[in-house]
Design a protein around this ligand. Structure first.
Ligand SMILES: [Zn+2]
Length: 442
């Protein structure tokens, strides 16, 4: 046991008593919820699985094999559906010169050309996985930069790491390249082959306004249909209201009668549309069955940044309006210590805390925590991940906080993480482990 709950029973079968769980994260029998959406329960754990989730006190406590959490919040291990493990932690050798989006794009491109060997990518990706695991993340979808020689370098590394981490983190990947490269048939077929060989049946690219956008989207959708792929796009990561590629994606999905899952990330400019345009686009997104993930910390960092001028908007998409229309919505980490975001540690408690503040998810109902748990798990096709379900894995985050304000007021550094019913070592990797990769000309 590392922190928090030093008295956790060592037995393979035990009971967590008086745990406070978000009712939206369990399908267990009818549970009464408090005004914050929490239910007070006892969780029985046996052989690494959740045996039962019952109202607290339903069964007489057995002190020898139980731990009283005294009302502390328990969450399932969380699900991070949009990250960039392959870009992570390059900041010391490749800063963003001015904090802008173009500064990020150009810096990453230069670093990729100069430094992204298999050893470099693997070391940094593994560092990210170790951090996420220690924070209590159970599943990750990462984007993989997929241009030129990088395709042959990064995808085999991803496949190795997925296998090595299979009992700790469910790892998925989706390709990342600018939409104009979809017009290059050789490029598309090379990336599709990499996804078939090393991937998880997910295809996609970065979507923005180009003159040939619809033709390029047709190629992306046809590639997905021909291969049985789901789709995952970066979309309109800009404050330019004329950026409406989200609407073009929704139109393409309907044009192709696409049956797979579609996830669109960012969609920043949706929030800057005139009301009638926003309503029309959201209606199309809903009809096309598209889910939307917001990346609030990265958006806040990059969007509306101009030298000498205080930012006027938060950079995030129209989350409340999307949710009200019935579009599945979620939030995720995005970048970590790279030119797109100088900070971040793949800690979904931090993402939920910051997302709540940036998107004002408080005062909007208690179920937003689904956005880092069961909502992304459903899009990733991960059965019982992100849920506290009888019969599901006993992958849990235990905290001392008893409500949302106690949870979000502190960083929860003393949380306990259970994997397979056992507490893990939550020691975070030391940045010094990456120093050998960080010399400016490495
Ligand atoms: Zn991203």
């Amino acid at each position: 046991m590392t922190t928090g709950f030093a008295a956790l029973p060592p037995d393979p079968a035990f009971r967590l008593r008086n745990a406070r769980i978000p009712r939206c994260l369990t399908d267990a029998a009818a549970l009464a919820a408090d005004r914050d959406g929490f239910a007070l329960v006892d969780i029985a754990i046996a052989d690494g699985l959740i045996g039962s989730v019952l109202p607290a006190g339903t069964e007489a406590p057995d002190d020898a094999a139980s731990l009283d959490l005294d009302g502390g919040i328990v969450l399932p291990r969380l699900v991070d559906i949009h990250v960039h493990l392959d870009k992570g932690h390059i900041w010391p050798r490749r800063r963003n010169p001015d904090g802008s989006f173009m500064g990020a794009l150009n810096s990453v491109m230069a670093d990729r050309e100069a430094n992204w060997s298999a050893r470099d990518v693997r070391t940094r990706m593994e560092f990210g996985l170790r951090s996420a695991f220690a924070h209590g993340t159970g599943a990750i979808r990462t984007h993989i930069d997929s241009l030129g020689k990088q395709i042959g370098i990064s995808w085999p590394v991803l496949a190795e790491l997925r296998a090595e981490w299979a009992d700790r983190i469910a790892l998925q990947a989706t390709p990342l390249f600018g939409i104009q490269f979809a017009l290059d048939a050789a490029h598309v077929s090379e990336v599709a082959a990499a996804v078939r060989r090393h991937g998880d049946g997910i295809f996609g690219c970065v979507s923005y306004m180009i003159p040939e956008l619809d033709a390029a989207l047709d190629i992306v959708f046809r590639t997905a249909i021909d291969n049985g792929f789901d789709l995952d796009f970066h979309v309109d990561e800009t404050n330019d209201p004329t950026a409406r590629s989200l609407e073009h994606i929704a139109d393409a999905a309907r044009r192709h009668r696409f049956q797979g899952r579609i996830l669109c990330g960012h969609c920043c400019s949706l929030a800057l549309q005139e009301p009638q345009d926003e309503a029309r686009i959201i209606a199309k997104v809903k009809e096309a069955g598209i889910a939307v993930v917001s990346l609030p910390m990265c958006n806040m960092y990059l969007q509306d940044r101009q030298p000498g001028r205080t930012p006027r908007w938060r950079g995030v998409t129209a989350m409340h309006e999307l949710a009200a229309a019935g579009v599945p919505v979620m939030i995720a980490s995005d970048n970590t210590r790279d030119p797109f975001y100088a900070y971040g540690d793949l800690d979904l408690i931090e993402v939920l805390r910051e997302g709540t503040r940036i998107l004002q998810l408080d005062h909007a109902g208690p179920d937003w925590c689904c956005g880092v748990a069961r909502a992304p798990a459903a899009i990733m096709g991960l059965g019982q991940a992100g849920l506290l379900a009888p019969g599901g894995p006993a992958g849990l985050i235990l905290t001392r906080a008893r409500d949302w304000t106690e949870l979000f007021a502190r960083p929860q550094s003393d949380r306990t993480v259970l994997v397979g019913g056992r507490a893990i070592d939550r020691t975070l990797p030391d940045y010094r482990e990456l120093d050998h990769l960080m010399s400016p000309n490495a």
